[in-house]
Design a protein. Sequence first.
Length: 327
Amino acid sequence: MLLFAASHAPMAQPWSFIGGQLVSAVIGVTCAKFIPSLYLAAAMASALAILAMHMLRCLHPPGGATALVAVIGGAQVHALGYGYVLVPVGLNVMVMFVLALTLNNLFPGRRYPVVTPVPPKEKSESAAALSFGRVILSHEDLKDALKEMNAFIDVTEDDLADIYTKASMHSMRRRMGEIYCRDIMVRDVVTAEYGDELEVVWEKMRAHKLKGVPVVDRVQRVIGIVTIVDFLKRTDTRAKSDLLDRFREFIRRTPGVTTVKPEVVGEIMSTSPITATENMHIVSLIPFFSEHNIHHIPIVNEEKRLVGMVTQTELTVALYRHWAAMP
């Protein structure tokens, strides 16, 4: 149940699973050997196994049963002695762990083991804080709150942070009412196609004062997005000439039939762009802008075709109008 149905739970993680089973097996065999009374040995085996798992932070509920079986398993189990820890317990643990690693990672959205990401050092604590509403909570706050409860809660601080964030977004959506991307998006969107020349696309962006444009195919499906950064990061900075001259040389079409630099926008665009649907609530856009550090999101319809664009400006204006209208 834990390894395959609740693989994200703390009790299913490798140290909890492996440590909990093996520690419990050792305790169970020890109780069976040195406590003559079957009833007392059984009770002590389960109790001590739970205590040991709790102290070693490898709490795994089936470990209590593993310790109990070492006591009440009968003569054949008793004859194994401490070999019981290796076979069958150790062998079964190894097989099940390999299966858990294989099967859980075959399906999208599942991962095993769960690895808590380490935030980059250059980010300040406030950047990682949960700042919905008036209270700002960091991961450290959540971790400390879990410790103060003085009980084992089957949830990680990341899961709790995710729950808090989603609940806060639902609260914002309820208070704002039904405001969707189609209500605030810009419908007249400047676009580019894969084979458009760099200079042509750059002139479009300059003329319309845009930081980026979506790249679409012939049926208006978004296949990428190109931004000012995509142009600048491919400009040769090693040359000694003026930066503006180098940039002009980069975007200008190369004469002849051979080239050593990108010539069309499809070669420099960012693939797999983040998009939103026209029926998505505008609150759902907030994590896209904040977590991915982007400034514009293409809006698509049910057929995945481009119908508009929402920038940070449109979102900020919509949120400001809502809060300004509140009593």
